[in-house]
Each structure stands twice: as structure tokens, then as C-alpha cells.
Design a binder for this molecule. Structure first.
Ligand SMILES: Cc1cc2nc3c(=O)[nH]c(=O)nc-3n(C[C@H](O)[C@H](O)[C@H](O)COP(=O)(O)OP(=O)(O)OC[C@H]3O[C@@H](n4cnc5c(N)ncnc54)[C@H](O)[C@@H]3O)c2cc1C
Length: 327
């Protein structure tokens, strides 16, 4: 089992159009930013960079009249903090995974993460973006970013998840009146996840070894099995350290431990921070991941089974971590 070498964090920032909340969703894919070093420029007014095509004329125009000084400062501070985190991570040879959020923030988050990849992922994938496969657009987004990394010669890092905001996404799409961005059903999401994995396996084999690194972040046994079999089919070795697995701490150890013992890189997602900030975060995750909680029943019965086995075998001090891998 690997020590938690990854830093996880969510980007909570809103680039909000005061005129019309919807245009942030419709047009974010058009938002363009300067490269990372320019973004950190002290005297730059960031709102001037947020240019989107006018809905009627198609002519590019500034998305917002202007951020207040305070908002502009907040945005700059966020970028500076990200820069500090990633510079430190690079120095310590630790990877940074940026969480994916709702579709109405995500294009802005992805855009910034790609800029960070361009800057920091020259020799190694330090910065990872997250792709939510419950989205109809996820395979296309993944392919576009993979292609960009090939053309611009930076290393690509991705975390693949199913996605945690399905209900919110559907409610918002219905209330604002745009197409539901989520796949029609659970099977379509699973097919999408597996299609994204296939694309990653294919691209790994097309490039020099080590250009693409991916975390399979899932509690789904079939998806983990699909990934393990896919690695075998495409001759991607565990020792290549290109594919790793991630589960939440305290959940689905019946997946994490055997993977670690079999020599795969496995990470446990550890929420970390002051109690007053972590508790609301965890309760939100519990609400968003109601489905996961159903799996706890299965885990409880497996724990009982293991406890009984250890009592019978006189192995109360048995340590499953002994034979595992540290990656
Ligand atoms: C290490 C780690 C990091 C994570 N980081 C993020 C992150 O950055 N952003 C994020 O959004 N989530 C993140 N998650 C949560 C993740 O997106 C899932 O909500 C969670 O893992 C459950 O999916 P599963 O594959 O584990 O399990 P499963 O139980 O197999 O899948 C449940 C998921 O399937 C999808 N689904 C269920 N019903 C339907 C339906 N009717 N139609 C379409 N899709 C459906 C939903 O995405 C649901 O969450 C993370 C999870 C882990 C373990």
C-alpha cells in the first residue's frame, strides 16, 4: 500500500457572469487564458482575459464588465497559492490532483489545470486533472487534452472518476433549460469510464513510456478489474507505475489491500485540514456519495468474516501491509 503521496484539493472559485448565469455554462469552453507565468503577472487585470463570443453576433467580447478589485485580488491569490503548492510538490516529487466539480465551474478549473500541466509537467506528470465519466462529453474532453499534451510535449496526468454531482447537474439542467450533461443511465456511465480507460491504454502505447499517468479512482470492483485486465491486454506493467488506483480512506479496503498486495500502486484519499473545515466537507461528500454508503454493508460483512478467520487462525496481530508496495 502506498503512503498518501498525493495532495488532493478542490478548487472552489467561481467565475460568475452577473448578467446571465447560463452563459458561464454555454460559453466556458471558449474562455481563453494566457499562459501560467502571465497569469501570475501582478499588474494584469484578469477579467480582461475572460473573452467569450457574443451569443447573437459571435464576436468575442469581455465576459464580465469587470471584477471588483477585491474579486480580482481573490482570483490572483488563488492562482498564486496554486503556484506555491505545485512548486513545492515538484520540489518534493509529489503529485497534485485537482478535483473535478460541477460542469458550471469545471471548464475554468480544467483550463487552469491544463496551464499548470504545461508549466510543471515537463519531465514528469506532477499535476493531474480529473475527468468525470458520468458526463456525455468526458471521452471527447479527455481526447482533446491528451492530444494537446502530445502536440505541446508535456506529460499528461489524469484521475478518472464517475462523478459526484449527478443529481445537482440534472436539477440545474432541467431548471435552467439546457441538455442534461449526464449520461442516460448508470450503464452508459460505466461504458464511458471503460472507453476512457481504453483510450488511455491505447495512447500510453503510442508514446514513449512514462508520458501519461492515470489514477483509476473508483470503488467499483468491475471497473478496477477492467483496468487490471486492460493493463494486461496492453502489456502495461505494474512496475511501469503509469496506472494507479485510489479509494477513500476507510472505504473499500477489500479492493485497496489486494491491489496493493498484488503489487499495484494504490492510494487512499485522505481529507486533511482543520476540523471545522473538514467536517462540512465530509458531510457534503457523504450526501454526494450516498451510493458509496450502500457498499459499507458489504464491507462490514467482509470485516466480520476476516475477524472470525483471524480468531480461528490465531492471527490477531496479522499485518496485511507487510507484503504491499510503496510507490
Ligand atoms: C480517490 C477518489 C477521488 C475522487 N475525486 C472526485 C472528484 O474529483 N470529483 C468528483 O466529482 N468525484 C470524485 N470522486 C467521487 C466519484 O466521482 C464517485 O462519486 C464515487 O467514487 C462513486 O463512483 P464509483 O465508481 O466508485 O462507484 P459506483 O457505485 O459504481 O458508481 C456510482 C456512480 O455512478 C454514476 N451513476 C449512478 N447512477 C447513474 C445514472 N442513473 N446515470 C448516470 N450515472 C450514474 C454516478 O457518478 C455515481 O456517483 C472521487 C472518488 C475517489 C474514490
Amino acid at each position: 500500500m502506498s503512503t498518501p503521496l498525493y495532495i488532493y484539493f478542490s478548487l472552489f472559485f467561481i467565475i460568475y457572469c452577473p448578467m446571465c448565469n447560463l452563459c458561464t455554462t454555454l460559453f466556458f469552453s471558449e474562455v481563453d487564458l494566457w499562459d501560467w507565468d502571465n497569469l501570475l503577472e501582478e499588474n494584469l487585470q484578469l477579467c480582461k482575459l475572460l473573452i467569450v463570443p457574443n451569443k447573437e453576433t459571435g464576436i468575442p467580447e469581455q465576459m464580465m464588465e469587470g471584477l471588483t478589485e477585491e474579486e480580482d485580488e481573490q482570483l490572483k491569490n488563488m492562482l498564486k497559492r496554486l503556484n506555491t503548492i505545485v512548486e513545492y510538490a515538484k520540489e518534493k516529487d509529489v503529485r497534485v490532483m485537482v478535483d473535478a466539480e460541477q460542469t458550471y465551474f469545471q471548464p475554468a478549473i480544467s483550463r487552469i489545470v491544463i496551464e499548470m500541466m504545461r508549466k510543471f509537467n515537463k519531465e514528469k506528470a506532477i499535476v493531474f486533472n480529473t475527468y468525470q465519466t458520468y458526463l456525455k462529453s468526458s471521452l471527447t474532453n479527455l481526447k482533446v487534452d491528451l492530444d494537446l499534451s502530445r502536440r505541446e510535449n508535456f506529460q499528461f496526468g489524469a484521475k478518472l472518476v464517475r462523478g459526484a454531482y449527478m443529481e445537482q447537474e440534472r436539477e440545474r439542467a432541467a431548471s435552467v433549460g439546457y441538455e442534461d450533461p449526464i449520461n442516460a443511465d448508470y450503464h452508459a456511465t460505466t461504458d464511458m469510464y471503460h472507453a476512457c480507460l481504453e483510450e488511455v491504454f491505447y495512447q500510453i502505447k503510442q508514446r514513449p513510456l512514462g508520458q501519461i499517468a492515470v489514477m483509476v479512482a473508483s470503488h467499483n470492483e468491475d471497473t478496477v478489474r477492467f483496468a487490471v485486465e486492460g493493463m494486461d491486454r496492453h502489456d502495461i506493467k505494474k512496475s511501469d507505475r503509469l496506472i494507479c488506483f485510489g479509494q477513500l480512506l476507510g472505504m473499500c479496503d477489500q479492493i485497496s489491500f489486494p491491489l496493493g498486495q498484488a503489487g499495484y500502486s494504490v492510494y487512499k484519499y485522505v481529507p486533511y485540514g482543520p476540523v471545522e473545515e473538514v467536517l462540512p466537507y465530509l458531510s457534503r461528500r457523504a450526501m454526494e456519495n450516498k451510493g458509496i454508503l450502500k457498499k459499507v454493508q458489504k464491507e462490514k460483512s467482509l470485516l466480520w468474516k476476516e475477524l472470525k478467520r483471524r480468531v480461528k487462525a490465531g492471527q490477531l496481530r496479522y499485518n496485511p501491509l507487510e507484503n504491499s508496495t510503496v510507490g
